[in-house]
Design a protein around this ligand. Sequence first.
Ligand code: NDP
Length: 251
Amino acid sequence: MKLAGKVALITGASRGIGRGIAEVFAEEGADVAVNYVQNAEKAEETVALVRERGRRAIAAKADVASGAEVEAMVDRVWNELGPIDVLVNNAGIETIVPFLELTEEQWHRLTDVNLKGEFLCAQVVARKMVAAGRKGAIVNIGSIQAAKVLPGRTHYAPTKLGIEALTRNVSAELAEYGIRVNCVHPGYFDTDMTAWILKRPDLLPGILAQISLGRAGVPREIGTVAAFFASDEASYITGQSIFVDGGWVGK
Ligand code: NDP
């Protein structure tokens, strides 16, 4: 098992990709804190999936865009599950708004959750790791949109390219403490965030035709890559970003 005995905090793990990461992490031997912001019931479902795999789990509510809530969540996880070894910064939101209609408020909310949220969680967790003299790993979840234009995502795409830069910069500053930081960019994954695509038979074939493997990814396929980055098998990898997209960005 790649993550035996580790404690992981996974943001946005009540559903979708975060839940897939939680399942794989539990199978690899990690105890998991399941962060969510509003869906307590779904978070408890993920907690149950982790426990079914023989690992400890708690649900941990916090809006990642709030420094105070992130601090309280990290303290609670640290006290209840033990020192955090791995942070997966996965929580995110996507809205689709044409550039000419995008409001300042929409810009702020989306960038606060997607980009500031990853900064806040990484800083709060890393400060505690450093203070405790513990090594660790941070895995940031970005998006294929760090490299690809999709319409109506003027606010979303920069957060994801920003996560790539955040990953590089934070990795350089945390290397001396034995904390590695890497990024996974998902392509098209079948989750609540993308459910609307399945209702658009006019769009789906065009999207799948651009993906070399010809299908959407499943959340566990991000989980296995995140587990690798979080594990000692990736001990010489930091500041790196990888596209897990079935061959979309490169086609
Ligand atoms: P979902 O919409 O299915 O799930 C989003 C998760 O994030 C939920 O657990 C939700 O919690 C949580 N969340 C949302 N806002 C906050 C917040 N402010 N604070 C804490 N948690 C929050 O999304 P996906 O699983 O599809 O996406 C996960 C990540 O992957 C995101 O960063 C997304 O941008 C990225 N991604 C997804 C792709 C895809 O094809 N699905 C493609 C590329 C990137 P709750 O249930 O409580 O609302």
